[in-house]
Each structure stands twice: as structure tokens, then as C-alpha cells.
Design a protein around this ligand. Sequence first.
Ligand code: ATP
Ligand code: MG
Ligand code: MG
Ligand code: MG
Length: 562
Amino acid sequence: MRLSQFHLHTTKETPSDAELTSHRLMLRAGMIRKLASGLYIWSPLGLRVLRKVERIVREEMDRAGAVEMQIPTLQPRELWDATGRWEKFGNQLLKIKDRKEQEFCYSPTAEEAITEFARQELSSYKQLPVNFYQVQTKFRDEIRPRFGVMRAREFLMKDAYSFHLHDEDLVREYENMKAAYTRIFTRLGLEFRMVQADSGAIGGDASQEFHVIADSGEDALVFSTGSDYAANMEAAVAAEPSARPLPAETLRKVETPTQKTCEAVAGLLGIELQRTVKSIALMTDAGFALALVRGDHDVNEIKLAKAPGLAGNRFASEAEIVEHLGSVPGFLGPVGPAKAIRVVADPEVAAMADFVVGANEAGFHLAGVNWGRDLPEAEVADIRNVREGERARDGGELKIARGIEVGHVFQLGRSYAQALNATVLDENGKAATLSMGCYGIGISRIVAAAIEQNHDDAGIIWPDAMAPWQVVVCVINPKGDTGVSAAASELLEALRAGGLDAALDDRGLRPGAMFADMELIGIPHRVVVSERGLAAGTFEYRSRSASEAESLDRDSLMRKLL
Ligand code: ATP
Ligand code: MG
Ligand code: MG
Ligand code: MG
């Protein structure tokens, strides 16, 4: 590739609406351009990186035995009605009508469509197990599209769906996919962690996420040094408290609270829910919890006794509790009859509803559930507080890191196949509902996540596997007829023959501008061909992550690069 024939367009300015480093750098490097909110054009440069990620994902999916196919992005309403997700998916689902007034959605994920395919295609257990995958554009009408392609509305996802007769087969394929994902993120050269996850709107039983570790990540992850325990805070909250560390420092907005949430939290706390309960439970490591009731109930119905670890009765009376709550930042005031405790730590959250407060020995921490809206999915907020260095239940130390979710695997079970009536004949000739797994990777998000993890003041630092080119040969003064162009072309061919993805910067820029571009767009290896170097029989080599360049003769250079 000769860059004089390519389209590179870098800029020095930092766009004002780009808050996140990766977003700024992708714009400055000219990898993406905004078309509308959450919609991005991938430039030729950006696309080279996207395709590299895609290729590795494909290779490892193929190696793992999955088979590629393609599903339309537009899908008929009837299919989504059959699983209830036309409504349940909420406003993220983009709905479209055609000229005949028939309704479609733009696929945010494809469980329905693939299950329909399985229903038509699979008739016997002998065709199982099978794992279908696609690399296809998805659309989610995100409430707050932001950070460029990190949280876009239209984005590229690899989604895979496996079908099985027996649960053991599903578990085996789930493990196979986890291994494939581990190979993918290892090959991409990223620092990542697999964590227990909440399965969210997709549903199902077991679920794990893959996160690229980066301080700017939206998710808080909690690990223990005492075991393999690693979880997304979201999932840690939903889990049984005695077996899990307490979750997160961040106050997260709960979008979808219902009675089911209430029950789930009460279950966690081992407290009994009043039928009319509207507000919720306190919990703590140190041993107190209470459920608040409102409506017909008096606040005296606060249930202290049933909470785990309450024996010590740290708080003997309501007054004592209220007094203690006074030290919670943002706590609004005392609890009166028929009132909920309100904790205001974030105005957006405060507007939403009734909250839960928790405390532990280290001080007060917040946990919350919100009842404000009548939304379909139950969810528990991860607003409890865990501090780095606290003792984990397994005796280890708690570590907290931030992560960017780049992959998610789920054991879905039979719900989709049941809803869409996808069955096969089993070994005894009897119809059996298919069991299903699903496995997503955010291909376009990986590009941004890699930059979040790998950059410096000069720009992006690509891991070799993702770089638009692994090496760029920079020609100083290509138009001067001094043999530099010929020498550089010859070197380019030799590097390519050696299997490297190499480009030639023959744009004729001044060295400073040329080097700045190559650093900004993150090329891992740079070789400079100059008249002076040629005279001395050397090339100047610099690794993107090294601070100094070195002069190497041709043999040493080739040994270094190949
Ligand atoms: P998030 O929690 O970030 O909203 P999700 O859990 O809703 O993601 P999944 O349904 O698990 O996403 O989809 C599989 C993968 O698709 C995610 O792990 C993520 O990498 C990617 N992805 C999801 N939403 C977006 C988006 N808006 N923009 C880019 N990639 C996305
Ligand atoms: Mg989402
Ligand atoms: Mg998620
Ligand atoms: Mg997810």
C-alpha cells in the first residue's frame, strides 16, 4: 500500500463533543466521521482496523467449529411478538413500517430469527450440536449514544447461536465458546478479564462477559485474590450476598424496577416482603438490614429481625437508624410513616424514586432499587459500595477494576425455542425442544476499547494484530531523485514478502508531520529511509512504544521485523 494512493486525513484539533480518549483519537486519526447521533462512517483507515478484528473473530469462530451465515437486519414483528420481545425490548428496538404498513424492527440481536431458522432447518438430533454465527450490523436506539463507536446506535457485532438436545451439550459448547473468546482477545493483544455477568434483556441462566480493562470503562468489575471470583458489579448485586462481595462505588441508575426486583432483593436479604411494599431493603456486611414499607403500612413495620446477621441489633430503634442515616451524603431526611427513605446522590436517580440504604463497618454505602416506573424487566442497581482492599468472603482481598464489555456469552436454555416451537426428534423419535446458547462480540466496540487501553499523548498505540499496517516505511523527500524511493519500494516488497502488512508513506510530507501522523494513527513499527541513511547503509527503526529510534543495517532490521 502506497499512502499517496490511500486516503489519510488526520487533524490536530480535538473535537469538543468527544469526551473519551478513544473517540477523540479515532476522530483525529480520521478513522471515523459522524453521520448522525450514534451513526458513524468508517473511513478507509478505520475500516482496515475493523476488518482486522473481524478476521480474527472469524478465524477463531471457524476454528471452534461454528458455521457462518447471515440474517437480515430487518425482522418482522410477528417473530418478536412470539417471544414477547417486541414490547419487552423497550425503546432500544427501532421499529419500522413498510409501504404496506407491515411492521419490522432493525435487529438489535437475533435470537428470534435464528430460532426461526433452526425451526425450519433442524429436524433431528443427528444435526446437533450446531453453532451458527454471523458478523452483522445491529441497531439499538441507545438512550445516550456516546463515546463514538464505543456506544453507538448502529454497530458491528458477531453473534453466534448454538442449538442442543441436552443441557450438557449446551454447557460443553458454552465452555468451547469461552475458550474461543479467550483466544480471540489474546490474539488481539488486549488485556482482558472474563467475569460473571447479569444476563439482562437477553435472558437465560449462566452468563459471562469479557471486558477489556481500562480506567474509562463503564462497568465496575470486582475480583478476589482469594479465588477465581470475578464479577461485573451488576451481577454481584444480583447474587446471594453471603457468597459474593458487596458491589460498587458507582451509583447507577436503575431503569427497570418492578415487584420482581423487590422480591429478588428481599430474597437476597432473607427478609419477608410486605405485600404492598414499595420501597426496599437495606443491607450490610456488618449486619443490619431493613425493609421499608409504605402505602398502607406504618414504618414500624420495618423488619429488622429477619435480616441476616442482625442478632446484635446495632440499631435498636427507628430513631437510631434515622440518626445514623443522617450521615449518608445526600440523605434527605427522616423516615416517617408511609414514607420511603430517599437517598439523593445523583439528581437523575433522585427523580426516579424510592431507595435503599445500606451500611457496613467501613461506613455507609448505598444500595438501591427503584420503583418509579412501570417497566418490564426487573433489575437491581449496583450502588452498594465495595472498597479496594476489603476482605472478600473467600478470605482474599477485593480488587476493583473498570472494564469495557466487549463480549458476552449466555446459556439461554429453551425459552426461545419454546416460544417459536423449534423442536427436533430425539434419539427415541420424540419431539424435543431445542436448548440454546448465544455468544456476542462487539467488533466495532473492540476498536475503541483497544485505544482506551493503548495510547499515549502522541496518539494510538495499536497492538500489532489490530494495526491498520504493522509497519510503515517512511520516505524522506521521495521526489528528490536520490534512490530513496527505489530503496523504500524494495524494502516494502521485502517486508510484504516476509508476511508483514506493510505500507509506504510516499506522500512527501516533511519528516515531522509524517512521523506525527504515523504516531497518531498508531503504527507499531516505523522505518525511515533517507538519503543520509542509505549513504551509511542504515535504516532508522522505531517501535511505537519505544522512546528512541535506532539505526539498523538491513539484516538487523529484517531480523527485528520478521
Ligand atoms: P452494554 O452493557 O454495553 O449496553 P449489552 O450488554 O447491552 O452492552 P449485549 O447484548 O451483551 O450488549 O451485546 C453483545 C456485545 O455487543 C456487547 O458485549 C458489546 O460489546 C456490543 N455492544 C452492545 N451495545 C453496543 C453499542 N451500543 N455500541 C457498540 N457495541 C455494543
Ligand atoms: Mg446495552
Ligand atoms: Mg452489559
Ligand atoms: Mg451484555
